[in-house]
Design a protein around this ligand. Structure first.
Ligand code: NAI
Ligand code: MG
Length: 357
């Protein structure tokens, strides 16, 4: 078996951490006996934009459609391209056109990492945030009226479709079913938002009946954010609309330590299109080019990609290698984790720790 992967380093530290993700992928492929056909693309970067005046080539959709998955670093270099241009011109195109409606972020306190929450150790924080990635509050429906007068008004609609809500809920319920605790928490705000959120709750209740083995609860988003900080051990799988999920999927990883280790997946569960795997962090212009960026977010994203491709054992082995190295010699880690190591040396240490099958 062999997989075709599009590798898109992008900008800044994306170009430094992606090679370490690739190193881990190759080590896993050797250890577990599968093939990798990696094709690297220079688009979705400031260099490409400077040369072509756009972020992606015209035929990007067909070109990338031929891959089993997309492995991305980070996009954005505000000195050269405004962020809304780079983001809307690349990453958001991928997510929307490839219908990657499930945005999945593990929130896990790893050994050797200090949580900003007092008194929490490894094992105390271990859950997933599942964000709806294609509709909801992020519609472009709306506009301004009476502009420039004292009756000026602005409206933006939230759109929830039955298909869109049900498919993200089903994804989250199925994920909860694979976990030991089998608990699903829904983020709502049906006390304040009187149309869409009660509808969301209704669909949750209806689907819960299909999953009697999953324990379901729900919190309003305001108190839910407080519980993320005060009682993170309560959660297992948290499912949320686009806006609420956006907030929770940054708050979660922040509660579990450095942004440099957090991974994410943008998944098209029906596999009609390739899914995309990338670290949570951006291009980090403040440390780019110095060889000190933490590669773990990228390597953990590689593990999620292997899992999605069906290479469960290889995925677990990569994750275990990350955990072993984090729990080991402090000096090998990058400066954001209090170490003296560099991107490449830490990447090599992790790749070497990937055990054979
Ligand atoms: P950022 O995530 O790039 O950096 C935030 C802070 O975290 C910086 O101090 C940075 O040095 C640090 N940091 C990030 N990743 C790190 C790593 N692997 N190791 C050690 N330290 C790390 O976010 P920022 O500065 O807001 O955005 C910079 C650029 O990245 C912008 O152009 C933005 O649009 C883009 N961006 C792209 C994302 C993506 O491609 N998915 C996500 C977030 C931002
Ligand atoms: Mg965000």
């Amino acid at each position: 078996r062999s997989y075709r992967i599009a590798v898109i380093p992008g900008d800044g530290i994306g170009k430094e951490v992606v090679p370490e993700g690739v190193r881990a992928l190759r080590a896993a492929a050797d250890a577990f006996g599968f093939g990798l056909d990696l094709v690297e693309y220079g688009f979705a970067s400031a260099e490409y934009w400077t040369e072509h005046g756009r972020m992606l080539p015209e035929d990007w959709f067909d070109e990338l459609s031929g891959h089993d998955a997309l492995f991305l670093g980070a996009v954005g270099w505000p000195e050269t391209v405004p962020d809304h241009v780079s983001l809307w011109g690349s990453l958001l195109q991928f997510r929307r056109r490839f219908d990657q409606y499930a945005n999945v972020r593990p929130v896990r306190l790893m050994p050797g990492v200090t949580s900003p929450l007092a008194g929490r150790g490894p094992g105390d924080i271990d859950f997933y945030v599942v964000r709806e990635n294609t509709e909801g509050e992020y519609s472009s429906i709306g506009g301004r009226i009476f502009e420039g007068t004292d009756r000026e008004a602005v409206v933006q609609e939230t759109v929830m479709t039955r298909t869109g809500v049900d498919r993200i809920l089903r994804y989250a319920f199925e994920l909860a079913r694979t976990r030991d605790r089998r608990r699903l928490t829904s983020a709502t705000k049906s006390n304040g938002i009187s149309q869409t959120m009660p509808y969301w709750d209704e669909r949750v209740a209806r689907m819960a009946a299909e999953y009697p083995d999953v324990a379901v609860d729900q919190y309003h988003i305001d108190i839910l954010t407080a519980h993320f900080v005060l009682n993170p051990d309560r959660f297992d799988v948290v499912v949320a609309s686009n806006l609420f999920g956006d907030i929770l999927s940054d708050l979660g990883p922040a509660c579990a330590g450095t942004i440099g280790i957090a991974p994410s997946a943008n998944i098209n569960p029906e596999r009609r299109h390739p899914s995309l795997f990338e670290p949570v962090h951006g291009s980090a212009p403040d440390i780019a080019g110095r060889g000190i960026a933490n590669p773990i977010g990228q390597i953990w994203s590689a593990s999620m990609m292997l899992d999605h491709l069906g290479e469960r054992e290889a995925a677990a082995a990569v994750l275990r290698a990350i955990e072993d190295v984090l729990a080991g010699e402090r000096a090998e880690l990058t400066p954001d984790l209090g170490g003296k190591g560099g991107t490449a040396s830490l990447g090599r240490t992790i790749a070497e720790a990937i055990p054979a099958a």
